[in-house]
Design a protein around this ligand. Sequence first.
Ligand code: ADP
Ligand code: MG
Ligand code: MG
Length: 895
Amino acid sequence: MTKTVYTFGGDAPHDDPRQGDKTITGGKGANLAEMASIGLPVPPGFTITTEECLTYLAGEKGFSDGLRSAVADAVAHIERATGKRFGDASPDGPGPLLVSVRSGAAISMPGMMDTVLNLGLNDETVEGLAATSTDERFAWDSYRRFIQMYGDVVLGVNHGLFEEALEIVKEDNGYYADTELSAEEWRTLVDEYKSIVASELGEPFPQDPHEQLWGAIGAVFDSWDTERAKIYRRLNDIPHDMGTAVNVQAMVFGNMGDTSATGVAFTRDPSTGTRRYYGEYLINAQGEDVVAGIRTPQYLTKVAREEAGAKPLSMEEALPDAYGELARVFDLLEGHYKDMQDIEFTVERGKLWMLQTRTGKRTAKAALKMAVDMEGEGLITREEAVARIDPMALDQLLHPTLDPEAERNVLTKGLPASPGAAAGKIVLDADTAEQWANRGDKVILVRVETSPEDIHGMHAAQGILTARGGMTSHAAVVARGMGRPCVSGANGISIDRTERTLRIGSREMKEGDEVTLDGGTGEVMLGIVPTVDPELEGDFGVLMEWADALRRMRVRTNAETPEDCRMARSFGAEGIGLCRTEHMFFDASRIRAVRQMILAEDEAGRRGALDQLLPEQRADFAAIFETMAGLPCTIRLLDPPLHEFLPTQASEFEELADATGLGVDHLKRRAGELHEFNPMLGHRGCRLGITFPEIYEMQARAIFEAACNVKASSGEAPLPEIMIPLVATRRELELLRALVDRIADQVFEEKGIRLDYLVGTMIELPRAALMAGEIAEEGAFFSFGTNDLTQTTLGVSRDDAGRFLGPYVEKGIFARDPFVSLDIDGVGQLVEMAAENGRRVRPDIKLGICGEHGGDPASIAFCESVGLDYVSASPYRVPIARLAAAQAALKAREG
Ligand code: ADP
Ligand code: MG
Ligand code: MG
């Protein structure tokens, strides 16, 4: 029978491969078992599988007899391994067994799931714990923690009520820290907590440890379906049908006085990637105290403490033995997992216990540095280094940082929690952040501290600023994961939420005022500070070189201005995959001639206007050819429906009437005639070239004249690839290819220069994909225009999909937005078929993709699998595509 519960620690066996499978036992459970199996000190416990979570959520939310008995056996395992007994209240002996109940999904979801600590305490066992530990303060501190956590997480009592009660006790006694409360004061508070629960719920706090345990297990299962978990999954593309495992583990206590502590650590610096231990800890504390921002955590290492100029002793100084043991564990774990680890630990009366390890989240910069360093250290290979970097994370590095020369009016300083520069308007809550961002504002989310409810606002914001919390606080961890700059724990900030104002340093500000954050230094500055371009050398350069050596596909860019072309080349573009000529038509200086051409009554009128456009287009192409210096440039002839260029405002009509001498009424009538019911399927693409050949003639002439001129002046021959859009039939391409060839011959004759060039087509209609074999007879290349191909294959208009795509993705109808990530099953089939048929007819046919998908790693992997020659992406996506193409090639090699 399939196991539903796996034990770890003590003498538990770890030989079942399912226990190491994160999809079954979750990341936390699999790693706890793995740490135990390599001999690290892990408190004994057990993991209930994700499968049981799904069964529970799908059914009546009950527990099967099978599960109940497997859990009973597993509890017995912990009792054997610890010598303690669950529910044991006796004053002598080892004390009662207390456990933590923790969630753990296959993919870590920081802060999403709720943990209950000290479970097993009740009015009797707390006395047993006090007696056996000979520490009453500790026992009652643990009990109040348990009631608060269990009350909040499992019973749904508002945690503010508990916090308020505690605040009052502290205020009455003039205490600053929780640790100042005496045993007696905690005991009184426990009574108060119990009456809070009783009055909120109408029944007493559950005293039976087994009832507590099952309540907590159910709460973990239920937490998979909470709104905040769903939002996190949606934002991170995590499937909704994986479920979470439950980990039940013997408690170890960091709150047993000054030789006990709890902490979180990284084996390397997750912000910069530097190879040195990094972390925070608190003496005499438990669980989430470190990340919750209740007390300011202390540094792990002496160096870090000294650098920060902090007084409270580092763990290295305060608990040297436990620290030494921890450093040994760090090295073991890095050697074992061959990657930087993010660790949670507790020291109980001087003894170190490991509570979690996982591959640590990092900034893109740190990811690159670690990958390159680890290759140098011999820990990983080049291929592993390339495979390890998330291509999308590169985005963080390609964007500007603060200009070091720029003046900075620094208002205050916090912790440099996530690097990069961010500027925008202050907003004080997540909903406002989302609303303002939706209307196009750049916003900075400022909070006392963030919580999982703020995720959507953090996503909408350029950067995050918090008044409290350390480098491992919720804000810091989530911001680093999202690639948002973050300054945390900026003490110089106070927020007045009712007035919606705040003080930063000595300055009074209000929501909407502008600030700039430097997540690399922790500085908060007044106004918008200018930025400089990113650094593309160093680790980035090294890793990209490795990637280039591994990839098969070429990477081009979608660009139509010399600036974009230059930027794309600096990012490594190897040509232009899509130059949209219509963008040149929209230019303010030419739109009048374009409109004149469109509104002309006859061919002669059109030719007159086109003659004015010719020199302008020629100059556009010359600039592009010069910038691209001999690299292939795919230029698409005019594509959009003509009415897109027409005036809409009365004033524009008047201006045009003045310029052309045609009356406003006349112009309006002509414009009305051009109206289409369904312009995306209307008079556009090659249909324009077929009906108004003079437009394509002008464009072809501009391209060839520019190419000849550039060759004559620079000696470097451009390689134009002229692309006919929206072809559905072979005959369309045949006619238009003849047109282009004719103009090419004319121009070459006039200039006395001959150039290589190609004429090909976009494959963006299902019929073109189906008839690709025939069409390939006329075209030297195919470029898959997957934006339109997605629209036309799915029958979904990209401009209108916003209304239903959200629910479609949520309900799993589409795995992802098909305009962002290619629908491989459907649209992909057309691409594959067209590629095969095209190659069959014309073995040397050039195949590429120029839709948005050319910059999406999953779609790029598909392009590799069907053997496309290149992908084309917007300039900022070029490095992403280079890396994704290398990873795709590596995967293909592995088979
Ligand atoms: P998260 O997924 O939010 O990190 P965890 O399940 O790791 O939640 O629990 C949070 C914290 O609770 C841990 O970092 C640790 O400090 C504490 N904790 C969990 N289990 C135990 C345990 N068995 N003994 C002591 N502390 C524990
Ligand atoms: Mg948690
Ligand atoms: Mg944890």
